[in-house]
Design a protein around this ligand. Structure first.
Ligand SMILES: Cc1cc2nc3c(=O)[nH]c(=O)nc-3n(C[C@H](O)[C@H](O)[C@H](O)COP(=O)(O)OP(=O)(O)OC[C@H]3O[C@@H](n4cnc5c(N)ncnc54)[C@H](O)[C@@H]3O)c2cc1C
Length: 511
């Protein structure tokens, strides 16, 4: 069963093959530890960030080196056991625990070194490094940085193989756009390098769909000098009572205004500027940063436009240094929205393309839906995140990441108690369906970093990877024909029929 409401799922009864695999695994010589059901730490270490999705892995292997990873991959492949690596464990659907019970999890937390070459300013980063460690390591070794997301507990392994959107992305592109080389363990246990000149097809696939192709054990990235000051701005808009019949129209008007603002030539031209809109249980907040001083923000064209466009706003600005800015981004956006501790949550998203912005009608219908159907006792959040800039300088088919032409990501979340209520899942799905139906030619993609296990099988391949999907399938066939690296929405997995636990495409029994 995929992650619908798996919080109470027990470990399923093991098959003969699984039992034989576990016996063989205990005899494998690796540096890290192995934990299986019954091990003292198994329950704690298999508790995911999103408590709504709690698959039960067959085993957890803590790898210290690429050789450790290779040894267990080789063994699991022989037995047809699906594998997923875990770096920071921040998958929205617990895909690093396999996404469904019965997988082998290869934990990479110990592979967390950051080393900056002082001549080339290129850095090698271990996949288990959290974004906090990436920021600190690059700062300490030469005041350098890369573009990445705002959740500082997110791991480099899952982030730099799927995308990596964040405040610097409009200037420097996604995290994947910084990667020039990767060391990767393939399904046959071999350790290879992938770059523009070596295994270039694999390199292409690993930048947007990494979890389906191998386990990256080291990233080499280009870095940039940090900005010495960053100015954060925010202002709140008041809409009045949620029960007011005028509320949907007011929300729709605010959202439309924000969309007009971020798609204006002034904002499009200023890549140091970014903006998010947060609508949380009937309060609207617009916030973001501009790289540079407060005085520079105040003098910028974008600020002139913001004051004019939104009228009579109570704008708050604060100039921060690099480290304080990173912390502020996380506390302002991530903590406010989801918190840093494990929670039961569900999230959906859409990538809204520059040439297919939401129409007035779609926005109106969306907020009418919200007003009518929002469950009263549930926290819900809508987040719009400006993208574009350097992300869109790269062609949609230059890497597996297929949302390059998105102007903003629209995400909707809910946090609720367990058992996670069906009506909350239905509410969020209904909200996104309303937008989709009102924009039948919107052709919305979905960023696979905001993985959503409830997108139907007939849709997720193209929603996540668009026109890149056929090429991904070919590369999958070449590097992982037996579907060793699998989760419920990995490349090729819509072709696999599964009952109960997931089985590989062609399981090769051990001789
Ligand atoms: C609180 C929070 C905030 C977030 N903020 C942002 C943000 O600002 N911007 C953004 O773009 N995204 C953001 N995300 C999404 C995040 O980028 C993805 O969920 C990402 O995949 C998490 O990486 P991880 O290593 O922490 O997760 P994991 O759960 O360890 O892995 C996620 C997936 O990647 C695979 N994977 C992990 N390591 C490797 C590896 N070494 N090689 C190949 N595959 C691997 C896993 O098997 C799994 O399928 C956020 C997520 C959360 C929960």
């Amino acid at each position: 069963m995929d992650c619908i409401n798996q919080f109470s799922a027990k470990n399923p009864v093991k098959t003969e093959t699984q039992t034989a695999f576990l016996e063989a695994l205990q005899k494998t010589h690796i540096h890290g530890s192995i934990e299986t059901e019954g091990h003292v730490n198994y329950v704690i270490h298999t508790t995911p960030w999103n408590l709504r999705c709690q698959p039960k892995p067959l085993a957890l292997v803590y790898a210290n080196t690429a050789d450790d990873v290779a040894a267990v991959v080789k063994l699991a492949a022989q037995y047809g056991i699906p594998i997923q690596p875990r770096s920071g464990g921040h998958s929205y659907a617990s895909y690093s625990l396999g996404g469904t019970s019965g997988s082998l999890v290869v934990d990479l937390a110990a592979m967390d070194k950051v080393v900056v070459d002082q001549k080339t300013w290129r850095a090698t980063i271990g996949p288990g490094t959290r974004l906090k460690g990436v920021t600190d390591g690059l700062l300490k070794q030469g005041k350098r940085t890369i573009a990445h997301g705002v959740g500082l507990q997110v791991g480099m392994g899952g982030h730099a193989t799927v995308g990596g959107q964040g405040p610097l992305a409009r200037m420097y592109g996604l995290t994947i756009d910084h990667v020039v080389e990767m060391e990767v363990v393939l399904a046959d246990g071999s350790i290879v390098r992938a770059s523009a000149t070596e295994n270039s097809d694999l390199f292409w696939a690993l930048r947007g769909a990494g979890a389906s192709f191998g386990i990256v054990t080291s990233f080499t990235v280009i870095t940039h000098p940090i900005s010495t000051s960053v100015t954060h701005y925010s202002f709140q808009l008041t809409i009045g009572s949620p029960n007011d019949a005028a509320t949907p129209a007011k929300l729709a008007a605010f959202f439309m205004k924000w969309q007009e603002f971020i798609s204006s030539p002034v904002v499009l031209a200023d890549r140091t500027f970014n903006s998010t809109i947060v609508i949380m249980n009937w309060a609207v907040l617009i916030q973001g940063t501009r790289f540079g001083t407060k005085a520079e923000l105040e003098e910028s064209e974008v600020m002139v436009l913001m004051n004019k466009h939104f009228e009579n706003i109570d704008l708050k600005c604060r100039e921060l240094d690099w480290v304080a800015s990173g912390v502020a981004w996380e506390t302002d956006v991530v903590y406010q929205v989801t918190g840093s501790l494990p929670i039961p949550m569900y999230m959906k998203s859409l990538s809204v393309r520059k040439d297919k912005l939401l129409t007035q009608e779609a926005i109106t219908r969306w907020f009418e839906y919200l007003h009518k159907h929002a469950p009263g006792d549930t926290v819900w959040v809508i987040l719009g995140d400006l993208e574009g800039g350097a992300i869109s300088d790269v062609a949609n088919d230059a890497t597996a990441y297929a949302q390059r032409d998105s102007l903003f990501a629209l995400t909707v979340y809910s946090i609720a108690k367990l058992p996670f209520p069906d009506d909350v899942l239905a509410f969020l799905n209904g909200m996104i369906d309303t937008v989709n139906n009102a924009m039948p030619d919107g052709n919305f993609g979905v960023y696979p970093g905001y993985v959503d296990p409830l997108i139907p099988k007939s849709e997720w391949p193209t929603r996540y990877w668009g026109a890149n999907y056929p090429r991904l399938l070919k590369i999958k066939e070449k590097y992982d024909p037996n579907n060793v690296f699998a989760n419920p929405q990995s490349v090729g997995n819509h072709l696999v029929s599964r009952e109960g636990t997931m089985s590989a495409m062609h399981i090769t029994p051990v001789a």
